[in-house]
Design a binder for this molecule. Structure first.
Ligand code: MG
Length: 252
């Protein structure tokens, strides 16, 4: 007889949790979503624009949202509608910290490319300044799978390789959720990264194993919920344009 009681309990333990929606179907008292004017998409010739509710981190004319990682004034080069890594000047970070976010970044690697493997067009978009989405010339240049463009560096290769040739503008559209920590600093939930690389899904809710480190996979350490975005100086004059971010609120 006893088994009759055990079986339902065992099944319940493995059952999926489906969210409960507190609103009725078609409930007209449910608040409507806020209107957002969408941006214009970019072309190779022209940078697009940001949605109306985004924080514009670079719109082609000024680098006031950024500083060098060491706190010094920005040394990267403002050019005509884009900016460029100043090799040797070091990484740059946003002055403002961000939490969970939707991030749009456009980048172009030098043409002609210089070097091979991990050299040509190496830079990186570091979410929370900790988790690197690799930037690299990956259209013709070969390197290890978890080191090419669209990889979460040294952790996850991109699902496919939609890289454009050197010199062409490429887009990263990223949805990032930061890790969650308990009051005692224990990891509750790892970070998650979804990446559309030139409009093609390259990371699908991937979970970083911890912060990016060269040829290592260190564990998470408790970090604040909001941290700056970082762009990497890896000694190559990589270009960036049209960068914007939308902080995400938890869905109801
Ligand atoms: Mg890099």
């Amino acid at each position: 007889m006893r088994i009759r009681y055990f079986l339902p309990i065992a099944l319940t333990a493995f059952a999926a949790t489906v969210p409960v929606i507190k609103w009725k179907t078609g409930d007209r008292s449910r608040p409507l979503p806020v209107m957002v004017t969408p941006g214009e998409p970019s072309t190779q010739q022209h940078a697009g624009t940001a949605p109306s509710d985004a924080v514009q981190l670079f719109n082609g004319t000024d680098l006031s949202a950024w500083q060098q990682h060491d706190g010094k004034p920005i040394a990267w080069k403002l050019r005509d509608g884009y900016f460029e890594v100043a090799p040797g000047a070091g990484d740059i970070v946003t002055k403002q910290p961000f939490g969970d976010c939707q991030l749009h970044v456009e980048w172009a690697t030098p043409n002609p490319p210089h070097g091979a493997d991990q050299e040509p067009g190496n830079s990186g978009v570091y979410l929370h300044s900790l988790y690197e989405i690799q930037v690299l010339e990956s259209n013709r240049n070969k390197t290890y799978a978890d080191g090419q463009a669209g990889a979460i560096y040294c952790q996850y290769p991109p699902l496919v390789n939609p890289a454009r040739p050197p010199g062409e503008w490429q887009t990263y559209d990223i949805v990032f959720h930061g890790p969650r920590f308990a009051a005692d600093s224990k990891l509750l939930e790892p970070a998650t990264v979804t990446l559309l690389f030139n409009g093609v899904l390259a990371q699908d809710h991937a979970m970083p194993t911890g912060p990016t480190d060269y040829m290592k996979r260190p564990p998470y350490k408790a970090t604040p919920a909001k941290l700056p975005l970082l762009l990497q100086d890896h000694g190559q004059p990589v270009r960036y344009r049209n960068i914007w971010i939308r902080e995400l609120k938890a869905a109801e």
